[in-house]
Design a binder for this molecule. Sequence first.
Ligand SMILES: NC(=O)c1ccc[n+]([C@@H]2O[C@H](COP(=O)([O-])OP(=O)(O)OC[C@H]3O[C@@H](n4cnc5c(N)ncnc54)[C@H](OP(=O)(O)O)[C@@H]3O)[C@@H](O)[C@H]2O)c1
Length: 376
Amino acid sequence: MAFSTPPEVLLRKALRCSSFLKRGVKGQHHRLLPSLNASRTYKSAVCTKLGQPLELQEQSCPSQLVSNEVLISVHGNGVNFADILMCKGLYQERPKLPFTPGFEITGKVVEMGPDVKGFQKGDRVLTFSKTNRGGATEVFVTDSKSLIPLPDNISLVNAAATIVSYGTAMLALTRKAKLKRKETVLVTAAAGATGLATTDIARNMFDCEIIAVCGGQEKCNFMKERGATHTIDYTQQNIKERVKELTGGKGVNVVMDQVGGDNFLDCIKSLAFEGRALTIGYASGKIPSIPVNLLLLKSASLIGVFWGNYSLRHPVAFFESITQVLEGVTEGKLTPYCGTTFPLEQINEAYQHILDKKNIGKVVIKMKEEDAPASV
Ligand SMILES: NC(=O)c1ccc[n+]([C@@H]2O[C@H](COP(=O)([O-])OP(=O)(O)OC[C@H]3O[C@@H](n4cnc5c(N)ncnc54)[C@H](OP(=O)(O)O)[C@@H]3O)[C@@H](O)[C@H]2O)c1
């Protein structure tokens, strides 16, 4: 299906989705309840005990879809750091056991309830789980109002690398930091999913200069290929000194920090006059503290961003960030990138790959090839 939807229409669609969120339609994938017709089964990764490897379990497809329900054959599930934390019991949300992790889902529509309009079998769609889990599965049942049709120019795997990282980066850079064209952006964990999305948006939509901070030369080289103007290997170089050299002492307009930890102070010290620092995550495991006079001296701002929370507190802004990303993809300005895929059977290895800092770009659990038929 061509993605010919004009932006205004897409936004209206997004607003409809927001009411879906407000109404709290179940939106959960497979029922763990036994189905009336257990002839069709599929696999899901299930967390049965916190901190233990996920188990692959056989589930039954629902025998009948009702009202607006849509059954999706899942192709991709983007892995987020939050999924891993949740399975360890270290995330702010602690779902009841057992649960299936995974927020971002792409796939093809297989079956629809009697009230579904605007979709047909085989449509390529993107969706996400309202409860922040459920995506590591071969089949997902959700409300059709939560489906977003995908542009033709993105694969189902790369689309699964889009929603959280790009939505976060878009909202942080545009709504919160009010990024302007040609500004300089310092991005940490630059070769990670959010860092890469930040680089793509700031470079290719705002023509900004990017200083990409990464751990190691391989990641630095990769970031150069992805459009970074400069790179800093923090294992070898001092961030503050290097930024000073690269900016002729002016500093950077925006910091986008995914890591926290000891390098955060150097990032704050690297801000220019009226700079804005975005605190996005703490991949280092350490939440930093800073002397606030550093902000005063430069009339700078420190801004927190919790993108997922916007779905509940400000759904319009939430869906706007997604709409902006999909417009960027449709226009060919943004190219979301999946670095590595793992089959569902190796989801524990995928999680470990991220914990070992081996990922370059997003990790996606890939269930099916792009051209697989829309069936269960
Ligand atoms: N606030 C929000 O709304 C929001 C949204 C999305 C993500 N986040 C958060 O942002 C952070 C990054 O997420 P992401 O999806 O971009 O992650 P990612 O792709 O897995 O990248 C994480 C990167 O962080 C760096 N890192 C530094 N110390 C680390 C450590 N001790 N363990 C693991 N990684 C470490 C590594 O890069 P180097 O090797 O280059 O150091 C690693 O590749 C996470 O904390 C996530 O929860 C927040």
